[in-house]
Design a protein around this ligand. Structure first.
Ligand code: AKG
Length: 282
């Protein structure tokens, strides 16, 4: 039986349109899902984290000198902030996000991951990829909820989604262009399909599934950070997930364990430049 989450949706969110877009194109945007106050609270929390310095395994920040001109070394992404930051833990199970997910997935959900990207001006982007290559969710897939904390567009490294790829097989990635992407994997856009830019306002949330091909280009703006709070969810019926994402979190905020998936996924176990591949972060 499905749990009744409270609707908690602002009038700007058109759930019917979202469901149609998610079904037809594999992604959907909830406009203004996060209130201005929620966006400000997330901004303040990550400003404090950036000020207070590295958190090994979560925020591997280097000093300006050590970063030697790479903005992503000075402002790296924060991995699983919900494991140490109460604001992130609260927003990982944001009631509006859970309501949208439940409607889009037609199932109850568990939370698998939170991340925060600062993406300062001059940062490289993240080459096109599919999330379930990393999460190894079985038997279904994961769904991302990508919330803009700053307005995001192609100039400051906003997201691109390849429409109609939600049913694609998970591909074994090629090598990304290191001048443009801080990650090393690249999944080409299938013939006849097209990457579309997703213009977002701060507080908008973009949903897409674990097969949808997506990524972002460099932040080419002079002075516009492109901060985002990025979370991944799985259906409650999930049987296995890559161990990096365990424990999962229930909507009520309880940790739960399921089986760790140690299969290699699309490329087998011994892929990745000869390094044993058991899924993991992307
Ligand atoms: O925010 C970005 O630039 C890329 C994020 C992304 O692709 C992901 O979290 O899977």
């Amino acid at each position: 039986m499905r749990t009744a989450y409270s609707p908690s949706l602002p009038a700007s969110v058109d759930l019917d349109e979202m469901k149609a877009s998610f079904k037809q194109h594999g992604y959907a945007v909830a406009r203004g899902l996060f209130s201005d106050a929620a966006v400000e609270e997330i901004k303040s929390s990550f400003a404090r984290i950036a000020e207070s310095g590295p958190i090994p395994g979560h925020f591997d920040q280097l000093s300006k000198e050590e970063a030697a001109g790479d903005p992503l070394k000075e402002f790296p992404r924060v991995m699983h902030p919900h494991r140490f930051d109460p604001v992130s833990r609260k927003n990982l199970v944001h009631p509006g996000v859970l309501t949208c997910l439940r409607e889009l997935m037609q199932d109850d959900v568990l939370a698998a991951q939170s991340m925060f990207y600062y993406k300062p001006p001059g940062s490289r982007g993240q080459a096109m990829h599919q999330d379930n290559f990393y999460l190894l969710v079985e038997p279904q897939t994961c769904v991302a909820a990508w919330t803009a904390i700053d307005d995001a567009d192609p100039e400051n490294g906003g997201m691109y989604l390849v429409a109609d790829t939600a049913e694609e097989e998970i591909a074994c990635p090629e090598k990304a262009n290191a001048a443009e992407s801080f990650t090393t994997h690249f999944v080409p856009t299938p013939k006849g399909k097209k990457a579309v830019p997703c213009k977002m306002k701060a507080g908008d949330t973009l949903f897409f599934n674990g097969s949808s091909i997506h990524g972002s280009g460099p932040n080419r703006s002079q002075d516009r950070f492109r901060r985002s709070f990025i979370c991944h969810y799985v259906p409650k019926s999930t049987q296995r997930i890559s161990k990096f994402y365990l424990p999962l979190l229930t909507p009520e905020g309880q940790d739960v364990m399921i089986e760790a998936n140690s299969g290699g996924g699309a490329c087998g176990n011994s892929w990745q430049d000869g390094v044993h591949w058991e899924g993991g972060t992307h």
